[in-house]
Design a protein around this ligand. Structure first.
Ligand SMILES: Nc1ncnc2c1ncn2[C@@H]1O[C@H](COP(=O)(O)OP(=O)(O)OP(=O)(O)O)[C@@H](O)[C@H]1O
Ligand SMILES: [Mg+2]
Length: 229
């Protein structure tokens, strides 16, 4: 089974066509970079794949879930159980501590407290934040906030992580550390990742780069060929 199948997806806002027949697939555990000029439709595509937005036509499958067959409740469930998104500006809940932000999706899934605590502790340690678990977002650096967001994304053990410019708000050394962490986590947990980026560095942790222009994928280059896929 594919981690993601996108077929002939279109999306318009009023008279403006933002996605114009986008098709591509991702294998389980694969990391793919999505590049393209500002306004080419990258975030719109990511939002459609993540169930935050809906295409006008075409098909999106995440694992065995066909998104067009899901109502709002179904899309909400998809976001809670199967797909996590990481954003440029972290989107942490400001009143919650690092650990509580990571715990939040597990509360939504109805995990009991002891199991949640145990999971959160191991996730926080995995992203290297054991000493900062009680800090609130405003007390953390950008890199630390992104580590919290990554731990939160991992909590549900997703099949697919979507990242919209995950290093866009970080200096290059911090960005590199975040990319190494994402690469390592993707390898160890077998999670597929679709990474929107303006940075060539992100493409170095990906096996392929898709290039978008005016709502279309205009180029797809295989950086590392992997016969097993
Ligand atoms: N909710 C919306 N309503 C109307 N137009 C929108 C909406 N969201 C995006 N657009 C338009 O769709 C086009 C694609 O936007 P999108 O955010 O997907 O681009 P992007 O490739 O992510 O750009 P960037 O690199 O700047 O983040 C833009 O012209 C944008 O103005
Ligand atoms: Mg964008």
């Amino acid at each position: 089974m594919k981690a993601l199948q996108v077929s002939r997806v279109t999306k318009s806002y009023g008279k403006t066509t933002v996605l114009n027949g986008v098709s591509f697939e991702m294998a389980p555990g694969e990391r793919v970079a999505l590049m393209g000029p500002s306004g080419s439709g990258k975030s719109t595509l990511l939002n459609c794949v993540g169930g935050i937005d809906r295409p006008d036509s075409g098909e999106i499958r995440v694992g065995d879930a066909d998104l067009s067959g899901l109502d709002e409740t179904g899309l909400c469930q998809l976001r809670r159980e199967k797909v996590s998104t990481i954003f440029q500006f972290f989107h942490l809940l400001p009143t919650l501590s690092a650990a509580e932000n990571v715990e939040f999706p597990l509360q939504l899934l109805g995990w009991e407290e002891a199991k949640r605590r145990e999971k959160v502790e191991s996730l926080i340690a995995e992203v290297g934040l054991a000493k900062r678990s009680h800090a609130r977002p405003h007390e953390l650096s950008g890199g630390e906030m992104q580590r919290v967001a990554i731990a939160r994304a991992l909590a549900i053990q997703p099949e697919l992580i979507l990242a919209d410019e995950p290093t866009g708000n970080l200096d290059s050394a911090t960005g590199d550390a975040i990319l190494s962490l994402l690469e390592d986590l993707s390898e160890r947990h077998g999670i597929a990742m679709l990474l929107v980026t303006h940075s060539r560095r992100v493409t170095e942790i990906c096996s392929r780069t898709l290039k978008m222009r005016d709502g279309e994928i205009v180029e797809s280059d295989e950086v590392v060929a992997d016969e097993s896929r």
